[in-house]
Design a protein around this ligand. Sequence first.
Ligand SMILES: [Zn+2]
Length: 214
Amino acid sequence: MPQVTLSFDNGPDPDVTPRVLDVLAKHDLRSCFFVIGRKLTDPAARKIAERAHAEGHWIGNHTWTHETPLGRLDDPAVPDREIGATQREIGDLAHPDRWFRPFGGGGKIGPWLMSTGARDFLTDGGYSVVIWNSIPRDWEDHDGWPVRAVEHCAAHNHTLVVLHDFVAPAMANLDRFIGTLADQGYVFSQEFPDDCVLIRRGIATRPLDDYVQS
Ligand SMILES: [Zn+2]
């Protein structure tokens, strides 16, 4: 049966993330939350990340500022400032695989995902780099994204969907979306599809030329 993995980026959000956690708990699903480092410095957001971790979700790193794809920044200080600082802020909520998801600028995959410095920082630091194969654009189409996401799920054996746990009107459709997939017989998994993991515990799983700015 085809599998689906849900992931939630750009949080945690003290208002929206708890509602997402409630929906996931209702369906007994576990996910990964790729958090923005500077948001975690808010104690209320930190508490939500702690709740997610306690409920069995994984906490991944999604850069400190989420402003510019790392491949477009060649300042050698950037990888530690964006990736290292976020990982330190995540602290004991981190998964042993040290999940990191690069910022694509609207979900686009290409060499802008990583600079050579960021790639080296991630491999040297034993990180695992996770991309995606479904961007239903929930942040801009609050009610239309579930239809697109269901189409994406039908097109893969294992779909890794990127959603955003800071967009309340989009997340209002999450419960119904999960119900639709369950009714169609999809199996939910917390694991990522192999073809979405570019680096695993510091080891590149394939040539990275398509994902690193040369
Ligand atoms: Zn993002």
